[in-house]
Design a protein around this ligand. Sequence first.
Ligand code: AMP
Ligand code: MG
Length: 323
Amino acid sequence: MADELTRRARRIAEFIEPLRVPPGEKVDLGRDFDPRYKAGIKKKTDGQRLLREGVDMLAELQRRLAADGTRGVLLCLQALDAGGKDGTIRHVMTGVNPQGVHVAGFKVPSPEELAHDYLWRYANRLPRRGEIGIFNRSQYEEVLVVRVHPELLDRQRLPDPGGHKSVWKRRYRQINDWERYLTENGYSVVKVFLNLSKEEQRTRFLKRIDVPERNWKFSAADVRERAHWDDYQRAFSEMLSATSTRWAPWYVVPADRKWFARVCAAAVLVHTLIEIDPRYPDVGEAARRELAQAREQLVKEAPAGAPPDPYASSADAERRRKR
Ligand code: AMP
Ligand code: MG
C-alpha cells in the first residue's frame, strides 16, 4: 500500500517535471512550451481517468491538511482570456470539501483597492492554515495587464511615476519576497499558467459568440486584448523567467486541450500536498484515555439486541493494517 503511494507520488513528480520553469532560467513561451503537448497520453478518456485519480488523492490530502491545521496552500492561476481557468478550478476541485477551499477572483481593482499598495488586495484573500486557496488571476496581473497597459500603473499613484522602466524588475523582486515570506510561514505557493495558442483562443471566442449559453462569457474587450497578443507573450515570458523560484515555482500547463490542462493542474496540486505530507494529528495520551472512557459509557448504553459497538472490529482492522 505504502509502496503504491510512493510509486504514484514519483509518477506525478515525473509527469509535472517538464512543465516546471527552472528557477533562474530565461524562458521564451513561444520557443520553449507547446500548448498542444499532451505527454504521450493518447486518448481523452485516459486523461479523464487520470484526473479522477488525482481528484480522489486531492480530496484525501485536503482532509489531512485541514485536520493538521498548520499549513496552507496557495495556487495562483493565470491565463490569457479563454485559457480555461474557471473550468480547471471546477473540475480539479470537485470532490474536495468546499469548506476547505477558497477561490478568490481578481478583476479590475476598485477605488478602495487602488487606495492601497498593490499587494494589499491579494494579501487580504490568502487562505487560512488548513485551507487550499485558489487565486483566479493573482498578484501577477500587476506585471501582466498593468505592464501591457501602462496607463493602469498611473492609476496606482506610485510615488515615482517616472519609474516605469525599473518598476517591473522591482515588482518581480517584491512578489518573490512576498511569496518567500509566505512559504517561510507555512504556506506552499504554486503557480500555474494555462498556456493557450492564439488559434485555440480564436476558436474558443467564436464558440462563446455562436453558442447562446456561452454569450455571457464573451466580452468585446477580450478581442481588443487579443490584439496585444505579442505584448502579452513577452510579458508572460519575462514574468515566468523572473518569478519561478525554488520556493514558489511556475508550471506552464499546455492548455489547448482542456482535459489535459485539468490533469496537469490536479497533478501540480497533488504534488504540492504530497510534499507537505499533512497528517491527521495524534490526539495524545490524555485524549485517548477520554476516548476510552466515553466508549465504555456508550457501549453500556446499547439497547437490548443492538451491537454494543458496531465499529470496534473495523477500527481494530484499521489499527492492524497500519502496523
Ligand atoms: P475576467 O477574469 O474575465 O472577469 O476579467 C477580469 C479583468 O480584470 C481582466 O481583463 C483582467 O485583466 C482585469 N484585471 C485583473 N487584475 C487587474 C489589475 N490589477 N489591473 C487592471 N486590470 C486587472
Ligand atoms: Mg474574461
